[in-house]
Design a protein around this ligand. Structure first.
Ligand code: GAL
Length: 416
């Protein structure tokens, strides 16, 4: 009993201490950037703020894709104690804006001319009812493949450009005793792979009809069955220990030559760079076979919680630091993403970053830029979670492809 009381007191004490440590001139930032590459990128932001004498209270919540971070956020808001700034994606931002929880950033946005330099695809999630409510940090995209160049070369494999090429490459690696595909079996990672696979199988019109317009006929189409069949092929070519593995550990398998490929958003590049690897020499980055023209994007943003009327000086400093062109370059060079502003030079970016910037501009102007379902930019969280459930159940062998298609139609219908 005494031990319990002591322990409880210690916990309460620690909580109070951590709350009182947040000074008026600090920003408390909730985020899920906890891998090596992500932390290196976050440091760029921390240092930028520290140079302006704004202190940084770190509130990391591990878990790629941010599901756990969003759970912690809900608890904090319910307790009446939201963090100053929160990393968030797509529809989640609009959700908080609709609840009136976010600060109005219009003044800083107007002063710095955000409207002219942030593309419409991002404004759709950064503004609500004409008000800027969050500061876009970057543009990531999910239809990328990362490959170990030495492993491919040793097995005479050229960069695959079609699904059939990819199948041959995977089979060659398997025959050579190399794990063809590094993957982490977590729902958000399964769904990230599914973004690219579905884009390849359905094409851009089909992807939009299924995941943005939520059209039942497309969700239940033969092309969707093809997408699930391809997911089953991928499942057959991951190693036995894939279940529950974090995404960055899967990336490490490719970095270390234990696996040939990983399908993952371009945050994976941050891990390669953090390990001292060079694109084109040590690793290859290319669009998922059959999706060379398309970009399925997600943009990290920092939403600012309303702290009682006015945007605080620290929130304004953070927002303005995030949108500054020099920060947009410095941060995204490290993170693997590309700038959220259209007027940033690609001079400091490596080959993958330059390609990412070119692809994004081309996709935006040719009507090939679509929000990522897996990362909350295609449909609201209820639909996203319904898709996660079906994709993961199928990936783990609970459904065959035909059943998965039917389950997807039903789950999206209920969720929308
Ligand atoms: C995404 C996020 C990226 C990256 C990834 C893995 O949702 O947009 O910035 O961090 O999760 O954690």
């Amino acid at each position: 009993m005494r031990i319990f009381t002591k322990t409880k007191a210690a916990v309460v004490g620690a909580l109070l201490a951590s709350t009182s440590m947040v000074q008026a001139s600090d920003v408390e930032v909730l985020h899920w950037w906890t891998s090596g590459g992500e932390a290196a990128a976050l440091n760029v932001l921390k240092q930028d703020l520290e140079s302006q004498s704004v202190g940084w209270q770190d509130m990391p919540v591990a878990g790629g894709g941010g599901e756990q971070a969003m759970t912690v956020l809900r608890a904090r808001v319910t307790a009446g104690n939201p963090p100053t700034a929160v990393q968030a994606l797509g529809f989640d931002i609009l959700d908080w804006a609709n609840q009136g929880a976010l600060a109005d950033l219009n003044e800083v946005a107007a002063k710095e001319g955000w409207d002219a330099v942030v593309p419409d695809a991002l404004k759709a999630f950064a503004k609500a009812d004409g008000k800027w409510v969050s500061a876009p940090v970057n543009v990531h995209s999910t239809n990328w493949v990362w490959a170990n160049k030495a492993v491919l070369d040793a097995n005479g494999i050229a960069q695959p450009t079609s699904w059939d090429d990819f199948v041959s490459a995977v089979e060659a690696l398997k025959a050579a005793g190399v794990t063809p595909i590094a993957h982490g079996g977590q729902a958000w990672q399964d769904a990230t792979v599914f973004d690219a696979v579905a884009m390849g199988a359905l094409g851009p019109d089909g992807y939009k009809a299924a995941f943005i317009d939520l059209d039942s006929a497309t969700l239940g189409s033969d092309a969707m069955k093809t997408a699930f069949d391809r997911m089953a092929f991928i499942r057959d070519n991951v190693d036995d220990n894939f279940s529950g593995r974090d995404w960055n550990l899967a990336t490490a398998m490719v970095i270390n030559g234990e696996a040939g490929f990983q399908m993952m958003g371009d945050w994976a590049k941050g891990e390669f760079l953090n390990a001292g690897k060079v694109p084109g020499e040590d690793f290859l980055c290319f669009r998922f076979p059959g999706t060379a023209e398309q970009v399925t994007f997600n943009a990290d943003q920092f939403m600012m919680f309303d702290q009682g009327g006015e945007v605080s000086t620290e929130q304004a400093a953070l927002a303005s630091a995030i949108l500054s062109p020099s920060f947009q370059s410095a941060f995204n060079v490290v993170k693997g993403s590309v700038p959220a502003r259209t007027d940033v030079s690609d001079a400091d970016f490596d080959a993958c970053g330059k390609q990412g910037m070119k692809d994004l501009a081309a996709a935006a102007s040719s009507g090939n830029l679509f929000g990522s379902m897996a990362h909350g930019h295609a449909a609201p969280a209820s639909v996203k979670n319904a898709v996660y459930d079906v994709v993961t159940a199928h990936f783990n062998g609970e459904y065959d492809s035909e059943t998965a298609v039917q389950e997807l139609v039903d789950a999206v219908e209920i969720a929308k």
